[in-house]
Design a protein around this ligand. Structure first.
Ligand SMILES: [Zn+2]
Length: 441
């Protein structure tokens, strides 16, 4: 299939990022004994014992610049990972440099605190709670983080029990050869009804996102009190868009984000599939370094997972009314564009539905849930995301990225219900909106 071209040509390459500041790194390393931690656990997985998440609140452009320098310099040494810029800046920092990083921030008057004291301990808590709460059925989506095979079992089981409502379809194959599946929920209409397309798990470590998607599927198919939501709208839900990365985050590196494809650098794997869509690809907010978290890939749709979703969305053109990509974390609802400060022509409509959704989630018990574009919500532009593609190319009327309202990437399974159930009220609001405006047949 010929790829549709974006509205304007994207440059082949963005300018390289400014070089890291070696002086700062030297300072940090001089402050602490350099301990080269062996980054592997007994089970072969990456060990985050002692790593901390520092939360900084830069209050001026000057302070923000200092934080950027810190993130870049430590990141270049593999000693830190930027988790998000806004509303607060969360940085995962290796234990042996965490105190020095806090002193660096303090010396510049930047408010900062330790948000997670020991990420390794959090991961172990997440795992043990998951194992303890795992119910008799693997399909217990509110009690545990399902693995790839279990998600497929869960969907197959629903299809068996509700054949008139639920159909599992394979729409692509991941880099490592896993089937990519979508649950199509329809109560009739002969394929004429408007479609709400939802996906989750494009970023591997965001485990709460697939949990949310599975709960949506379960509620729409199994709970008769939600019959109004599927009366004149079809829902297509992809619970796991990046199965290779997700499985890797379970077996080897809990903080893995990207796909698992090979790159030009032998020891670095994967691209950021949410920077890989062929709509203003690479113009801003990406890295060209295959070792980095936001590596855009060597060409648009280099990643099988992104391309499969894009083509699936394109196949729904004309029926695709609403698209939502579920991510974590932060409790925000983001509308296009991500590639630019420009506002889409129907910006007021996107904001209005966004506010309705955020209001429903807040009323359900999540104290804070905000709406805005990528820059307003995350503090940076990012091109090549799925939400921009679905609106800009596949013609979705409404397109969003939803960041689950959890405090961190590690959310013990015991807390899945606390976040997923109230957030479902946002999806209910979306369903009612699409049904009211576009519902048919
Ligand atoms: Zn994400």
């Amino acid at each position: 299939m010929r790829r549709p071209a974006p509205a304007a040509p994207a440059p082949a390459h963005a300018p390289p990022p400014p070089p890291p500041a070696p002086s700062l790194l030297a300072l940090l390393l001089a402050l602490v004994p350099l301990v080269l931690l062996v980054a592997a656990q007994a089970d072969g997985g990456k060990d985050y014992t002692g790593w901390r998440v520092l939360r900084a609140q830069p209050a001026s452009a000057e302070q923000l610049r200092h934080v950027e320098v810190l993130v870049r310099a430590l990141g270049a040494e593999g000693a830190s990972q930027l988790w998000r810029w806004r509303p607060a800046t969360d940085v995962l920092v290796r234990g042996d440099v965490a105190d020095a990083a806090m002193r660096f921030l303090g010396a510049r008057g930047i408010a900062a605190n330790v948000h997670v004291a020991d990420v390794g301990a959090e991961i172990r808590r997440e795992r043990s709670a998951d194992a303890q709460r795992r119910g008799p059925r693997p399909q217990d989506v509110l009690r545990s983080y399902l693995r790839y095979d279990e998600m497929n079992e869960f969907m197959d089981d629903l299809q068996r029990r509700f054949p008139h409502l639920a159909t599992v379809a394979t729409f692509g194959r991941s880099y490592e050869g896993r089937d990519m599946k979508v649950m199509q929920i329809s109560s009739g209409g002969g394929g004429q009804r408007p479609v709400i397309l939802i996906d989750a798990g494009i970023h591997a470590r965001e485990w709460i996102a697939p949990a949310m998607a599975l709960y949506i599927i379960q509620q729409l198919v199994e709970n008769p009190s939600n019959a109004d939501l599927i009366a004149n709208v079809d829902w297509h839900v992809i619970p796991l868009l990046n199965p290779d990365g997700y499985e890797y985050s379970h077996t080897t590196d809990r903080m893995w984000r990207k796909t698992r494809s090979v790159t030009d650098v032998p020891e670095c794997f994967g691209a950021d599939p949410n920077r890989n869509f062929d709509f203003y690809w690479g113009v801003v907010g990406v890295s060209w370094d295959p070792c980095k978290e936001t590596y855009a890939g060597h060409e648009p749709f280099s990643e099988a997972e992104s391309e499969a979703l894009a083509m699936y969305g394109l196949g729904l053109r004309g029926r695709l009314r609403l698209y939502v990509a579920i991510h974590s974390y932060g409790g925000v609802f983001i509308h296009p564009w991500g590639y630019s400060h420009q506002k889409p022509s129907d910006y007021p409509k996107l904001v209005a539905l966004g506010q309705e959704v955020a209001g429903a989630i807040r009323r359900a018990g999540i104290p804070r849930f905000d709406v805005g574009n990528c820059f307003e919500m995350l503090g940076e532009l990012a091109a090549g995301g799925s939400d921009d593609w679905m609106k800009g190319v596949a013609g979705a009327n409404f397109s969003y990225t939803l960041e689950m309202p959890v405090p961190s990437f590690t959310t013990p399974a015991v807390h899945i219900e606390r976040y997923v159930v109230p957030t479902f009220e946002g999806f209910r609001a979306m369903g009612r909106f699409v049904s009211g405006v576009f519902g048919c047949c």
